[in-house]
Each structure stands twice: as C-alpha cells, then as structure tokens.
Design a binder for this molecule. Structure first.
Ligand SMILES: Nc1ncnc2c1ncn2[C@@H]1O[C@H](COP(=O)(O)OP(=O)(O)OP(=O)(O)O)[C@@H](O)[C@H]1O
Length: 235
C-alpha cells in the first residue's frame, strides 16, 4: 500500500503549507496512525521511539481542530493543555507548534509556562487566554490555585507528553491535585492524548495514576484508549 501523504489527511491548507516549509514529505508512522484518530476526536494513547515525530502526531490534529472551531466560535479561551515533565520539552513543544502555525499564528496562540522562573510574569500571558497552554503539572497547578488559569469551562484536549517521565519525576501528586479542581466538565467530551514511550499495561497504568477520573469514567476510556493504543502499540 502506498504511503499516505499529508495532503491526503484532510488538513487545512495553512497547516499543509507549514509542513511543506519544514521539508516533511510524508507523515511518520506514528503520525500516519495518530493524526486521523485525533481528527476523529478519538482518545489516543501513543508510544513510539524517540525522534519518531510524536509531538507533531498530536499537535497537527489539535491545530486542525482549533482552526475548525475558530470558524464558528470567536470567544478566546484555553482549549488545550499540554502537560510535559521538563521545561526543555516545553520549549521544544512550543517551537514545534509555532512552526506548524506559521500561517495561522494570529488564530492560534500558544503559551509555554514551564520555562519562565517568574510566575507573576506569566499572569498577563495567561490573561490573554492562549488557545494552547504548555506546562509542567506543578506550574499549571500553581496558576490554577492562583486563579490565573481557569480550564474547567473551556478545556477540550488534554495531552500528557512523556507520561512515564511525568510520573517518574514525581509529578504524580500534582496531577492528582489537578483532578481535585474538577478541571474538566464531564458533560462534554474531552479528548486526551497520552504520549508515553514504554507502556506495558495501559488500563492498570491509567487506573493507578487516577487518570480514569481525569478522563471521565472508566467505561468511556476503554473503547477509545484501547482502540488508539492497540493500533499504535507496535510503532
Ligand atoms: N513527517 C516528518 N518528516 C520528517 N521529519 C519529521 C516529521 N515529523 C517530525 N519530524 C522531525 O523529527 C524530529 C523529531 O520529532 P519529535 O521531536 O516530534 O519526535 P518525538 O517522537 O516527539 O521525540 P522525543 O521522543 O525525543 O520527544 C524533529 O526534528 C521533527 O522536526
């Protein structure tokens, strides 16, 4: 079967142009599998080797869906939260999203709150309600506590990037505290993308980490996450 090309994925022209500028000829395997699932709004659990293009695998469908929703919804709000374990990764994710939104930078705003040491300097940035916020769980928690970040009414997509590192770096308690804020409204679908390279037992892992609460309820997780996981696990 011939390899899928980016233009066959139904992406916005501005995204396709940015991808072409990056010199990417075709999606990597993880992108080929993850982008259509993400665009369908499926919950997604992905693992793939380092450098296989996982960041774009979740960023591209996020950008595509933000561009689509901007056509009908004008109100600015934080709709996507990307949790990362380190400020270096936060910087990389922001860079990648900025490259992919080169031709729609006015429409899609991203703020990386993981890097700047001064929390007060981040307040005005968050006041502008960027569409995408990238941060470590502890930094996100601080802003939620200080009410400089409110996600409950608007959050649509949650990404936990390098989830294995997030937990091994001791962010587990922060993540559980985030749940106590009722971050999410359960009357509305939320599409989590959990990116973790070395995942052995998906349902046990999610349940141990309390992520089934985060996702809504267990019955919702099983079909979607398992479907995403099953189709991606071998890559
Ligand atoms: N479809 C593609 N074609 C060519 N290069 C790509 C493609 N997608 C991503 N890349 C490039 O591959 C490199 C690795 O991408 P990325 O950082 O997203 O991988 P990753 O799987 O998230 O890595 P890590 O596990 O280290 O975080 C980057 O330089 C990126 O620009």
């Amino acid at each position: 079967m011939a390899a899928v090309r980016f233009h066959e994925l139904g992406l916005d022209d501005r995204l396709l142009k940015a991808v072409a500028d990056l010199g990417w000829e075709k999606p990597t395997l993880i992108q080929e599998k993850a982008i259509p699932l993400g665009m369908e709004g499926k919950d997604l659990l992905a693992r793939a080797r380092t450098g296989s293009g996982k960041t774009a695998a979740y960023s591209i469908p996020i950008i595509q869906s933000l561009l689509q929703s901007k056509m009908t919804v004008s109100e600015q709000a934080v709709r996507v939260l990307i949790l990362i374990p380190t400020k270096e990764l936060g910087h990389q994710v922001q860079q990648m999203v900025r490259q992919l939104t080169t031709y729609c930078a006015r429409d899609i705003k991203i703020a990386d709150i993981s890097g700047q040491a001064d929390i007060s300097a981040q307040r005005p940035i968050l006041m502008e309600k960027p569409d995408i916020v990238v941060g470590t769980p502890s930094r996100v928690l601080i802003h939620i506590n200080q009410k400089t970040l409110c996600l409950r009414e608007s959050l649509q997509v949650l990404v936990i990037d390098e989830a294995d590192l997030i937990f091994s770096f001791g962010f587990e308690d922060d993540l559980k505290s985030l749940l106590c804020f009722n971050l999410l409204r359960h009357d509305r679908p939320l599409h989590p993308a959990i990116v973790k390279p070395h995942l052995k037992n998906v349902p046990d892992y999610l349940s141990t980490c309390g992520l089934n609460d985060l996702l809504g309820n267990e019955s919702r997780i099983s079909p979607d996450v398992a479907q995403g996981a099953a189709s991606l696990a071998k890559y």
